[in-house]
Write a protein that binds this ligand. Structure first.
Ligand code: ADP
Ligand code: MG
Length: 482
């Protein structure tokens, strides 16, 4: 494939600069095939494998196009899980940061107030789960009249039975004249047909890569009796000794059981499922991304879209019911041209399921017997050594972009009628500082936050001690949370 650099695209300089600071050099195939269409505001339906860079394929053109001055949201991205909402919001935030774009994430089991404030204070892009999006539309917090991009990420899931009614309700509230973007790694035919109902003469893009993710993910299956699963899991992990591993189960109870077992056996392990408090779920995902533990036991809430650097192993402790979840689960490894292993436990009567997966992926699943899991002293030694090893924290994206940006806190907000314009005015009046050095501005009832770019934060902080903002000297400090 001929590699294309981002600066070949006609993008705004702030977007190109952010992409550069994020370390992205050339477009992935799906980005190359879709960004030009989206820049022309055409509808697209995109099928492209897990880990191929779909998020930026829609985030880049949207961030490039939205109008900064518009107060109502211009893009709405619907995703199936809260964790994915958080992740996609972060991608938008990073790409749009130097354009001072604000992306707000809204999802269930979290306080309304904070989301409401954020929605009402100029949000360019909104990313959310369907139920909460509807709630905010009904409460009048989320204005939809200016939305010109609708994205369904994991679109086959969003148009599936479980979500379809809600997604339709949302669509009924959107302006007719808009660009529709559907992205997924899987797209069953019936869903693809259904999708055409919402689309306007869409372009279908299917990315066939010659280096397929299925070629980089070795698939293995062990036939295991229910009573033997925990022991098998233990032996398997000792032998495989993964750096980072997700163990998928079909139910919350199974997650709890497997988690407790691994925890009792001193694994560096945590868990995530829909029965947990949202704050705990968010923290677990964040810690896993930072490499704070090696084993994540999860239900399918972690199957779709979640992007964690360097997951070496995916274990299906239970085989999922349908084919699509299997594809998404194993796609947590083998991302970005890396290799990985996907190992499934199956029961006597599940051989047919494995054959179906084989015909879907066009790849063989190697069937093994648990008698092959013989453990030598050497294996235990290596395993225990890795347990003691301090994990190297995963590379967090956005580090370069973060450099040279300082967030300031101003002790005045909405209640005293502070506006972004007042802050921009005051700061850009400082000698040697211009509007281009000002990043995202957040105004909440009693405070405002403003990011200062290009390494000028300390200087602006010092100057603001003596420069009036909206007629008065304000108490300005470095924000405690950067
Ligand atoms: P998908 O949605 O297709 O599963 P993601 O959008 O989550 O994939 O992207 C997978 C990973 O690839 C992410 O870590 C992302 O930062 C990275 N990535 C995206 N675009 C590029 C690019 N052009 N060059 C290098 N890495 C990229
Ligand atoms: Mg994705």
């Amino acid at each position: 494939m001929k590699e294309v650099e981002f600066n070949k695209l006609k993008l705004k300089k702030e977007i190109l600069k952010a992409i550069d600071l994020l370390g992205y050099k050339t477009l992935t195939k799906v980005q190359k095939e879709t960004i030009p269409y989206i820049l022309e505001e055409k509808d697209v339906v995109v099928k492209s494998e897990t880990g191929s860079g779909k998020t930026l394929a829609f985030a880049i053109p949207i961030c490039n196009d939205v109008v900064w001055d518009e107060r109502s949201p211009q893009a709405l991205v619907i995703v199936p899980t809260r964790e994915l909402a958080i992740q996609v919001k972060k991608d938008f935030f990073e790409v749009g940061r130097l354009r001072r774009l604000k992306t707000v994430d809204i999802y269930g089991k979290s306080p309304y107030m904070k989301q409401e404030t954020a929605l009402k204070a100029r949000a360019h892009v909104v990313v959310g789960t369907p139920g909460r999006i509807i709630d905010h539309i009904e409460r009048g917090n989320l204005r939809t009249d200016k939305i010109k991009y609708l994205v369904l990420d994991e679109s086959d899931e969003m148009l599936n039975m479980g979500f379809l009614d809600q997604v339709e309700t949302i669509i009924e509230n959107l302006p007719k004249n808009r660009t529709n973007l559907l992205f997924s790694a899987t797209m069953p035919e019936d869903i693809e047909k259904l999708s055409s109902k919402y689309m306007n003469n869409p372009k279908y893009v299917e990315i066939e890569s010659n280096e397929n993710a299925f070629d980089r993910i070795e698939q293995i299956a062990y036939k295991v009796e229910a009573s033997n699963k925990l022991d098998t899991l233990k032996n398997l992990t000792i032998l495989e000794n993964p750096d980072n591993c997700i163990v998928f189960c079909n139910t919350r109870d199974a997650v709890e059981e497997v988690y407790s077992y691994l925890d009792e056996n001193d694994y560096k392990v945590d868990k995530i499922h829909g029965g947990m408090e949202q704050d705990d779920r968010t923290k677990v995902m964040q810690d896993f991304k930072m490499g704070k533990f090696r084993y994540l036991v999860a239900t399918d809430v972690a199957a779709r879209g979640i992007d964690v650097e360097d997951i070496t192993h995916v274990i299906n402790y239970d085989i999922p019911r349908d084919i699509e979840p299997y594809i998404h689960r194993i796609g947590r490894t083998g991302r970005k041209k890396k290799t990985g292993k996907a190992i499934s436990f199956y029961r006597n009567n599940q051989g047919k399921y494995l054959s179906e997966v084989e015909s879907y992926t066009g790849r063989k699943i190697i069937k093994k017997d648990i008698s092959e899991l013989t453990i030598e002293d050497e294996n235990i030694k290596d395993f225990e050594e890795k347990m003691r090893e301090k994990q190297v924290g995963a590379r967090l994206k956005g580090k370069e972009l973060n450099k040279g940006i300082i967030k300031l806190h101003i002790n005045a907000g909405k209640k005293t009628k502070m506006r972004a314009g007042d802050i921009v005015g005051a700061i850009s009046n400082i000698d040697g500082v211009s509007a281009e050095d000002i990043g995202v501005i957040d105004i909440i009832p009693v405070s405002s936050f403003v990011e200062i770019l290009n390494g000028k934060g300390e200087y602006v902080l010092k100057e603001l001690q003596k420069v009036k903002i909206k007629g008065r000297i304000r108490n300005v400090t470095k924000a405690t949370r950067q």
